[in-house]
Design a protein around this ligand. Sequence first.
Ligand code: 0HH
Length: 209
Amino acid sequence: MGKYQLIYFNVRGRGEAIRTLLKDNGIDYEEINCGNNWQKEWKPQMQFGQTPALRDNDFLLVQSNAILRHLARKHGLYGDTEEEAALIDMINDGVEDLRSKYVNLIYRNYENGKDEYIADLPNQLQPFEKLLSSNGADRSGCCVGTKRSFADYNLSDLLDVHVVLAPKCLEDFPTLKAYYQQYLARPGILEYRETEAFKQRPINGNGKQ
Ligand code: 0HH
């Protein structure tokens, strides 16, 4: 098997959960920055005209959640039973719902919408707190079962960007806070966050965060 290639802009954005999954699981990959010649070279190659994209030998896959699921199937990050896989999907869909709102705020309504977004954030985070506390995720670091899944990388990244947007947003959510701290303390994540590549990569493409 050749090395995976992750084709994306030099931002965290929708690429970061994929990057952290790869890094934390010691999966070798090459990072390709499509930002230099996006319109002419890269965009026409992409099935939906967007990235992130993952090249897996001759197979080119786009859509960030499809990429996470593909890697999860191949590397044992999709739970142990069908029920666990369904719950992992459910949580990942919840992550996608909140990420869509976040992306809309960042790219379309930051100045006018930020205060209202932050005021409503507890309502958005509460379902995750409830789901994770029922799974003891503050101790296990896993949102489903006792094994990490792709949804953990996506949810942890979602918390990561929200802590930047609203630094106190996890204060009233002890399970989410402990779960996020466990994520940050993982050796693979710690090592990755020490790299210049991580430190210099903006969260979003327009400088807002
Ligand atoms: N549903 C898709 C998914 O989940 C959505 C992907 C998407 O929105 O994968 N892709 C955007 C890039 S994410 C895209 O391809 C936002 C990052 C913007 C970075 C801008 C450049 C920054 C340079 C430092 N957009 C390009 C396009 O639509 O033409």
